[in-house]
Every structure is written in C-alpha cells, then in structure tokens.
Design a protein around this ligand. Structure first.
Ligand code: DQA
Length: 148
C-alpha cells in the first residue's frame, strides 16, 4: 500500500521558524521520521512539500487511482483553503490531518480547518509523533476497508 504525505507552506523552514512553537528539529529530520514510520508499517511512502496552494491541489489530484491514503499538514492553508478541501473530497482518498502545534490553543484565525472537514481523523499538537499516529491510524483504517 502506498501513502502520500503532504506538508504545506513554511514547514520546510522547520528548525528555523518559531522554534518555541514548532521545535528545533528541521524539515529533513521530519521527512526522515515520516519515512521511518511508513517503513515500520510496511507502507510505500511518497513525500511532497510545497509553499503553493495550487501545487498541493495538483498533488492531491495526482494521487487519484495511485495512492491508498493521505497524511496532510496543510499548514497555513488549513485555515483558508477551500480548494484543498475540495480536492480531498474530489479524490475521495482517506486522509488524516496533522498539525505539529496545538492549533486549538492558538489564535482565533487558526480555529477553522477546511481540510479537516474532508479528513477521517486529526492529530493536533503532538509534534512529529502526530505523523506517526496518523500513519498507524491509516494502517488500521485501510485494513478495515480491505475486509469489508
Ligand atoms: C501548523 C499550524 C498552522 O496554523 C500553521 O500555519 C503552520 C503549521 C502546525 O503544524 O502546527 O504553518 O499546521
């Protein structure tokens, strides 16, 4: 089984950006962590990061017919992008939302998640571990669907 992990804008700046919120480990470390978690679950992993909304929409559309599950941290587009929500709905691939920080305890403009409306589950405020939890969840979720 193959999963696509999508990271949105400014996540490539991890380590540098607001370390008190996002930690000191860099994006390379996050990608290594995600690859390891996928390997542990026997998933083939495709990783994608972009600072551009349309590129993220293209990546979701390009997953159709090819990818079994999506893990997505849309970053700031979480709170603004109906286009990413619509793309997730269009392809109908089971998706899990991840946020490194606890957005529920941050600014009011972070309290809406458009992408989350198309996701079967969200992991918020767990740092890197949220991605591992999302991958574990997808493993069970996809296995459950295989058996129905
Ligand atoms: C984020 C939370 C968003 O509100 C923010 O814009 C990000 C990262 C997180 O992982 O905590 O860029 O998605």
């Amino acid at each position: 089984m193959k999963i696509l992990i999508i990271n949105g804008p400014n996540l490539n700046m991890l380590g540098l950006r607001e370390p008190d919120i996002y930690g000191r480990r860099d994006f390379h470390a996050l990608e290594d962590f995600i690859r390891g978690a996928c390997r542990d679950q026997g998933f083939e992993a495709e990783l994608f990061q972009s600072n551009h909304e349309g590129a993220i929409v293209d990546a979701i559309q390009g997953a159709y017919g090819r990818i079994d599950g999506i893990v997505i941290n849309p970053a700031a587009y979480t709170h603004t992008s109906v286009a990413i929500l619509d793309a997730l709905k269009a392809v109908g691939i089971p998706a899990v939302e991840v946020h490194l920080s606890d957005v529920t305890k941050r600014e009011s403009f972070r309290q809406i998640s458009y992408a989350g409306m198309a996701c079967v589950k969200s992991y918020i405020g767990l740092g890197f571990e949220g991605y591992r939890q999302a991958i574990l969840f997808l493993k069970d979720y996809l296995k459950g669907r295989e058996n129905t």
